[in-house]
Design a protein around this ligand. Structure first.
Ligand SMILES: [Zn+2]
Ligand SMILES: [Zn+2]
Length: 650
């Protein structure tokens, strides 16, 4: 009998095999000959088109016993592929992973028990929230649990997970960042009394094999993971939780491009199960769905232990002129009060390294990356100029156009420069940097956390990494070194990103104190966004943002697909983009904008032109676009990248 088999390879179609008299159903895993090798594939649905006659059909070698994808996952893979315009086989590869799991044996100890559970009790508001989430678990339903940082949302959804696990079902918790999984692991252990399975791209192949098998056999019940956990072969999924749903890290920007939050909602819909989106301030899309009553919504108003939100203070840098310094006298005065009380202070500056611009003051030469159209950032710890896009590092020595060597001035602040300044102002305090360059290794991060916890650090200098989900007991004062809400012109989400960033950041202060403060140093103290933020009016800002988006025909009122055409030669990328545009215009009800040069024109030696497709949000136009793009003869000198629902426009 003929049977269709999908391979975890770049193809967007299945191959026809002879079933070899093995009884097979859709979703079964099979070993098949492919080219000179054998491969593991999945029995797929029947194809519509008949295959050409003179092709010799090979036989299935064997069925992989005990492993089979359920039909819900098969349907989801097809949806994922057509929505994100990714070949079917590549999506299947995300489900199956490495094939060595089918040849190597794994030990069966999935869950380590014997941890001591801590006792928790929900307060009245949390109980109400729990009841709101606690709906039938065999029906698709999206609910949003909103609560400010410290409101105890996590405890509410833990209770919910516990109830579903008791019914012998599996639960998945998605986290926005890999580095949060460890922080969360302890909280899960304390609550559930056993280790959750942790899934992300950095876990060892051995662990991947173990967890994958535990999940497909329904032996693992509790999985916490980053984006890719979304495609695990759950046997009996009962609920999905997306923590910090507003976080743009859910968008995968490279390789297979997709938004894990949105795809989690789709998966829940295919699985016919509820999904909970957890947030302190929802994303604009989610907020719009709450207003339209597509999503149910519960808001916890109080902080768990009733501590008030931090007070706010704007420091006008125009009045407090500080020459080549970045921290004003007024700010220093406030900070001293907190240090005196032995409490911790955070200086927030969203720039890695020492200075974002390196310019010669004799000849004007600027250090720019030779691969990308980007300024190089000076990193003092390495004494090198570094490209934050491609990672290129170079010595900053340069022969000057005037005479001798260039004399470089380091313009603008980065965490390392602020570190130097803070050390000078507070010579008796212990200061450390918290940014991705200083937390590359797990041990570095653990060590830093230990120091913060034991109060061995008085002052932290941090990038936006610090705004995410960390709890610092004694952190009661935050200084935003450079509160700039002007945004970059090309980024339609700049305002939303700022609302989120500063909201998350202020949530880091005063978790355990009634006297906390956040100081915004700024050159534009009258800025509207800033002034609504300090009044804690984030939702008003979201409403306003929706009005602006509607007026300008932007998501969520329309849908966008970005097509990035890249090439080693600028004229080829722009020419390719123009040709593709001409073809795309044949599709009805779709507006094709561009081509334009990417704001970052060159990345990793490739020039990039962008097209932007805009269409009504209720149509699934992807299939037509995919079909058209597949029919084009595209020169091998240009590369196409398709980004459905783009978030990053650089
Ligand atoms: Zn570069
Ligand atoms: Zn020079």
């Amino acid at each position: 009998m003929k049977t269709e088999v999908l391979l975890p390879k770049v193809f967007n179609f299945s191959f026809t095999y002879n079933s070899n008299n093995i009884p097979l159903k859709t979703g079964d895993l099979v070993e098949i000959p492919f080219g000179q090798n054998t491969e593991i594939g999945v029995v797929w649905k029947k194809k519509n088109e008949e295959l050409k006659k003179n092709i010799k059909i090979k036989k299935v070698i064997k069925k992989i016993e005990n492993y089979s994808l359920n039909y819900k996952l098969v349907d989801f893979v097809e949806w994922f592929s057509s929505y994100n315009m990714v070949p079917l086989g590549l999506v299947l590869r995300m489900v199956l992973g490495n094939k060595d799991k089918f040849t190597k044996k794994v030990k069966e100890n999935f869950i380590k028990l014997n941890k001591k559970k801590e006792k928790y009790k929900l307060n009245e508001e949390q109980k109400k929230a729990f009841k709101y989430l606690d709906v039938a678990d065999n029906k698709f339903d999206v609910s949003v649990l909103q609560g400010t940082t410290g409101s105890g949302k996590t405890l509410v959804y833990f209770e919910r997970l516990k109830k579903i696990i008791k019914k012998n079902k599996q639960v998945l918790v998605l986290l926005a960042e890999i580095f949060l999984t460890n922080e969360f692991k302890f909280r899960f252990e304390n609550f559930f009394g056993y280790e959750p399975a942790i899934w992300h791209s950095k876990i060892t192949p051995k662990n991947k094999r173990k967890i994958w098998k535990g999940i497909i056999e329904n032996k693992i019940k509790l999985v916490i993971g980053a984006r890719s956990a979304l495609l695990l072969p759950f046997k009996k999924l009962g609920v999905i939780v997306v923590d910090e749903e507003h976080d743009t890290s859910y968008k995968q920007d490279e390789g297979v491009i997709y938004n894990a939050r949105d795809m989690a909602i789709s998966r829940a819909s295919f699985e016919k199960i509820p999904i909970h989106l957890i947030t302190s301030i929802p994303s604009v899309e989610t907020y719009n769905n709450i207003l339209k009553k597509k999503y149910r919504h519960f808001k916890i108003l109080k902080r768990y232990n009733n501590f008030p939100l931090p007070k706010t203070k704007i420091v006008n840098l125009n009045i407090n002129k500080i020459n080549d310094k970045f921290i004003s006298e007024e700010t220093i005065h406030y900070v001293e009060e907190y240090l005196k009380k032995n409490e911790q202070v955070l200086f927030f500056i969203n720039r890695r390294g020492y200075a974002p611009f390196i310019i010669c003051n004799k000849c004007g030469f600027k250090q720019i990356c030779s691969n990308c159209s980007m300024y190089l950032t000076f990193h003092k710890s390495k004494n090198k100029a570094v490209c934050h896009h491609c990672g290129q590092e170079k010595e900053i020595k340069n022969k000057c156009d005037k005479e001798g060597e260039c004399n470089f001035i380091m313009y603008g602040p980065g965490v390392e420069k602020i570190l130097d300044e803070v050390k000078k102002i507070f010579p008796n305090n212990k200061v450390e940097i918290f940014s991705s360059d200083y937390t590359r290794k797990k041990e570095q991060t653990t060590e830093l956390f230990k120091k913060i916890k034991n109060n061995e650090i008085d002052i932290l200098i941090g990038t936006q990494m610090i705004s995410k989900g960390f709890n610092f007991l004694k952190l009661n004062c935050i200084v935003v070194v450079d509160a700039d809400f002007s945004g970059r012109g090309y980024d339609l989400r700049a305002t939303e990103k700022n609302i989120q960033l500063y909201h998350q950041l202020s949530g880091r202060a005063g978790r355990f104190s009634s006297e906390s403060l956040i100081i915004y140093q700024t050159l534009v103290p009258a800025d509207l966004t800033l002034n609504e933020l300090i009044k804690n009016n984030s939702e008003k800002l979201l409403k306003n943002e929706l009005i602006i988006r509607k007026k300008n025909y932007l998501p969520p009122f329309v849908r966008l697909i970005a097509i990035i055409i890249s090439s080693n030669q600028y004229n080829l990328s722009i020419k390719g983009a123009k040709e593709i545009k001409t073809q795309l215009k044949r599709i009805e009800n779709i507006e094709v904008m561009g081509p334009v040069d990417s704001p970052l024109l060159k990345i990793k030696k490739k020039f990039r032109s962008r097209l932007l497709l805009r269409f009504k949000s209720n149509t699934l136009i992807q299939k037509k676009v995919t079909k058209l793009l597949n029919s084009l003869k595209i020169s091998s000198k240009i590369k196409l990248t398709v980004d459905v629902d783009p978030i990053n426009f650089s």
